[in-house]
Design a protein around this ligand. Structure first.
Ligand SMILES: *[C@@H]1O[C@H](CO)[C@@H](O)[C@H](O)[C@H]1NC(C)=O
Ligand SMILES: *[C@@H]1O[C@H](CO)[C@@H](O)[C@H](O)[C@H]1NC(C)=O
Ligand SMILES: *[C@@H]1O[C@H](CO)[C@@H](O)[C@H](O)[C@H]1NC(C)=O
Ligand SMILES: *[C@@H]1O[C@H](CO)[C@@H](O)[C@H](O)[C@H]1NC(C)=O
Ligand SMILES: *[C@@H]1O[C@H](CO)[C@@H](O)[C@H](O)[C@H]1NC(C)=O
Ligand SMILES: *[C@@H]1O[C@H](CO)[C@@H](O)[C@H](O)[C@H]1NC(C)=O
Ligand SMILES: *[C@@H]1O[C@H](CO)[C@@H](O)[C@H](O)[C@H]1NC(C)=O
Ligand SMILES: *[C@@H]1O[C@H](CO)[C@@H](O)[C@H](O)[C@H]1NC(C)=O
Ligand SMILES: *[C@@H]1O[C@H](CO)[C@@H](O)[C@H](O)[C@H]1NC(C)=O
Ligand SMILES: *[C@@H]1O[C@H](CO)[C@@H](O)[C@H](O)[C@H]1NC(C)=O
Ligand SMILES: *[C@@H]1O[C@H](CO)[C@@H](O)[C@H](O)[C@H]1NC(C)=O
Ligand SMILES: *[C@H]1O[C@H](CO)[C@@H](O)[C@H](O)[C@H]1NC(C)=O
Length: 666
């Protein structure tokens, strides 16, 4: 699946999403799939927006010969892991799996201004923070950061950003003006849910010499306003596709890229513009373009040139695409099974293991800055299925094992199938709530897999063909903290509601352990879109979520005998096994952090935020005013108008989700 010709890659659908009239092939139950018992699939052709598409695929059939038991021998410490021929990762944090927000939709997702935040978005983020102990990692950028995004001091009506559609061509990027208000919005998200950020700057040769130095000004303001929560500024997005997308002349290659990157970053750093000079992330190559892969960039002197100014190194990757180049239409039903076994996660990550080692040697974090099931919007019934949630969890844990430090799931507009969460269409915003995508659940599972210690090391300890004939469907990971195993993640990718393919995995934990605790990620079928639970809690069906988990949180206690604990792993499901009470505590939302933001204006998705009186902190205390460089106060010849931000006090109330309300979502 990786061997897609570079020429067949177009931009991810985030672009399409902002171009009206761009249609995608929509598969209906009738055309490609028999509706299953869980189906809500429309009988006719669904013509609505992709993000809410009810298409349900047919699950692949279960293996003919079930395997119903497996015994895991768990190495007792890291030396024993090595002795078993396995390897532990670097230490990972609970926020490993985060979100990549397309710049062009940053306002519709996060808020229209720094004082009008989208409460469901905050709740989705708070769920991660409560489990990981650290806030989520969010990237704002993508195709729409490129070329024509312009930073302006202020926009009419105090907007975060304005989009100007240029034309309807698939590869055209919308022209975006974003304002200081965007950074204030991000800063305020951080103050509420602890988010850390990657922010994408325009990478445009003409912009380097842009008279007012627009990119350096944006970089400075981003750093001044976001402070330590700004992890890095990303310079360029998928440069390996620039020629293909007519963003650069034919023949432009890695050496040109390196020159331009150096030029751009030097121009941003000139005149002590930035306080923190270890400020950048790149190259965000994506698409296995021969001669323009990460290795080619690293080997072209880029890493050495920029070693002091790079905060981290990035790639972007999708296993397949729905770009439909030259009529090459992929039927999602045909590729569904490709996502439903461990081979996929391994195949996606193994090409990067060499890079990960190189970068560890250079003491640079390795970041999957943007990923999802399929570029150009994903696939109906696949990208939004429970199967995709199993796959995304496996893929994320595989990246963590492979020594990535962070992986970010892309969030596009309403014309994509793969979003972890989608606000209601603006026309329905007063009557409907958000739609949770299946892969959002993966971020919950991953955050609890690593927990709050920042010390979790993970090993892929999956069965082999010799020990489990259905091994590809039964991956297993183990997490170690302080040299001892603390959690085990057991997958069952098989779709079989009869119980015939339910697995009983025996974990040998040593005779001192009398019981372990288990939480499940469950749905009745890999095709299910919405009736998904994590520890018996759910975010509900389409147009029904406020970003909070509903239902009683269920943690199952399994008693062990003679050091052996038998864990049921139903088909399909993920079981997260906590081997110690500390591990369970360290992954659970603490009583005091069981706060979420109530949606006081039900259904609008707009703020519950009480506006308080003005603060004087209006940005003028940054180093921009009058001092050092004078760039800060001019963009495009206009004066930056900084509106005095208004204080936010969110109502922090006890999370209703813990008092079991199902609110008729089902
Ligand atoms: C990840 O990094 C650790 C620590 O350096 C190393 O021991 C391990 O082999 C690496 N993992 C892989 C898959 O290369
Ligand atoms: C670069 O920026 C200029 C000025 O904003 C714009 O006109 C041009 O289209 C951009 N070039 C690319 C390749 O995006
Ligand atoms: C960037 O390159 C242009 C020529 O392409 C040059 O005029 C300019 O001085 C360079 N800027 C920096 C900061 O190196
Ligand atoms: C397992 O996944 C791989 C990689 O995605 C795919 O090529 C293969 O066909 C799948 N195997 C089965 C039995 O579905
Ligand atoms: C984990 O790391 C974050 C910084 O990313 C830090 O704020 C937090 O205190 C750390 N947690 C622990 C338990 O050390
Ligand atoms: C089991 O518990 C005993 C008593 O607490 C302790 O001495 C022993 O080291 C433990 N054994 C293991 C394998 O943890
Ligand atoms: C949701 O799934 C569970 C089993 O996974 C089932 O018992 C329940 O009836 C389903 N609810 C709906 C509304 O389909
Ligand atoms: C699961 O949640 C439902 C409400 O959604 C509740 O009725 C049920 O008791 C919960 N199950 C457990 C075991 O907590
Ligand atoms: C301005 O930058 C300097 C370092 O260049 C720093 O010491 C100082 O605290 C900054 N002032 C403000 C108000 O941020
Ligand atoms: C803009 O910068 C210039 C030069 O440093 C300074 O004289 C002027 O007062 C600044 N204007 C504003 C509005 O900060
Ligand atoms: C975007 O910025 C450009 C350059 O300053 C300006 O000409 C244009 O009017 C702005 N567009 C919007 C929608 O604000
Ligand atoms: C966020 O908003 C609050 C209230 O408006 C304000 O006090 C704070 O300064 C803002 N944060 C930033 C970094 O601007």
């Amino acid at each position: 699946m990786k061997s897609i010709s570079p020429l067949s890659w177009l931009t991810t659908l985030s672009i399409l999403s902002s171009i009206s009239g761009q249609s995608l092939t929509v598969y209906t139950g009738g055309e490609t799939a028999t509706a299953t018992s869980t189906a809500t699939a429309a009988s006719g052709t669904y013509t609505g927006l992709a993000a809410y598409d009810p298409t349900v695929l047919t699950p692949p059939s279960a293996p003919a010969t079930p395997v119903t038991s497996y015994t895991l021998t768990l190495p007792t410490n890291s030396q024993a892991v090595l002795d078993a021929g396995l390897s532990l990762s670097i230490s990972q944090k609970g926020n490993f799996l985060g979100f990549s927000v397309e710049l062009s939709i940053a306002n519709s997702l996060m808020g229209s201004s720094s004082t009008n935040l989208k409460v469901p978005f905050l709740n989705y983020m708070a769920n991660i923070q409560n489990r990981a102990g650290v806030g989520p990692i969010i990237r704002v950028g993508g195709n729409s950061q490129e070329g024509s995004s312009i930073f302006v001091g202020g926009l009419a009506d105090g907007a975060v950003l304005d989009k100007i559609k240029v034309s309807s061509g698939v590869t055209d990027t919308p022209l975006i003006n974003y304002s200081l208000e965007l950074f204030y919005l991000m800063a305020n998200v951080t103050s509420l849910v602890g988010a850390d950020w990657y922010f994408g700057l325009s990478f445009n040769e003409s912009a380097v010499d842009y008279p007012t130095g627009n990119v350096p000004i944006a970089a400075k303001w981003a750093q001044d306003i976001l402070g330590d929560s700004l992890l890095a500024l990303s310079v360029g997005n998928e440069p390996d596709l620039y020629v293909d997308h007519s963003k650069r002349e034919s023949g432009w290659g890695v050496s040109n890229y390196v020159t331009e990157f150096d030029n751009m970053t030097q121009s941003i750093l000139a005149n002590n513009n930035l306080v923190d000079t270890k400020a950048f992330i790149g190259p965000s190559t994506c698409c296995q373009v021969v001669g323009f892969e990460l290795d080619d960039v690293l080997n072209a002197g880029w890493l050495n040139d920029n070693v002091n100014n790079l905060a981290a190194v990035s790639v972007q990757h999708y296993p397949t695409n729905n770009c439909q180049i030259n009529g090459n239409v992929i039927n999602p039903q045909d590729i569904f099974s490709d996502f439903l076994n461990h081979t996929s996660a391994q195949a996606q990550v193994s090409p990067y293991l060499g890079n990960a080692a190189t970068l560890q040697g250079a003491q640079k974090e390795f970041v999957m800055l943007e990923t999802n099931t399929a570029s150009c919007g994903g696939f109906a019934g696949l990208s939004d299925s429970f199967g995709a949630a199993l796959w995304m969890t496996d893929y994320a844990l595989q990246m963590a094992w492979g020594n990535f430090s962070t992986a970010l799931m892309h969030v596009g507009g309403q014309n994509v199938y793969y979003n972890p969460f989608t606000p209601p269409p603006s026309t329905d915003a007063s009557t409907k709530q958000w739609t949770t995508g299946s892969i959002y659940y993966s971020s919950l599972v991953v955050s609890e897999t690593f927990g709050k210690s920042n010390q979790s090391k993970i090993v892929d300890i999956s069965p082999t063909q010799d020990t489990d004939a259905n091994y590809i469907y039964h991956p297993i990971y183990a997490v170690y903290e302080n040299d001892a195993p603390t959690r085990v993640v057991l997958f069952n990718y098989i779709d079989d509601s009869t119980g015939a393919n339910d697995l009983q995995t025996t974990i040998n934990v040593g005779t001192n352990v009398s019981s372990v605790s288990v939480r499940y990620l469950r749905a009745s079928s890999v095709s299910e879109q919405y009736n998904i639970t994590w520890a018996n809690q759910t975010l509900g069906t389409s147009f029904a979520s406020d970003g909070r988990l509903y239902g009683n949180q269920e943690t199952i206690t399994i008693n062990c005998q003679d050091g052996n604990c038998i864990i049921p792993v139903p088909a399909p499901s993920i079981a997260l096994v906590f081997l110690t009470t500390d591990a369970l505590t360290n992954s659970s939302p603490t009583e005091s952090s069981k706060t979420a933001y109530e949606t006081s204006v039900v259904g609008t998705g707009s703020a519950t935020v009480d506006k308080q009186s003005l603060e004087t902190s209006n940005g003028q205390n940054s180093n921009n005013t009058g001092g050092g460089t004078s760039k800060g106060n001019t963009t495009s010849g206009s004066i930056i108008k900084i509106q005095s931000p208004i204080s936010l006090i969110l109502k922090t109330s006890v999370l209703i989700g813990f008092i079991s309300i199902l609110s008729g979502s089902f």
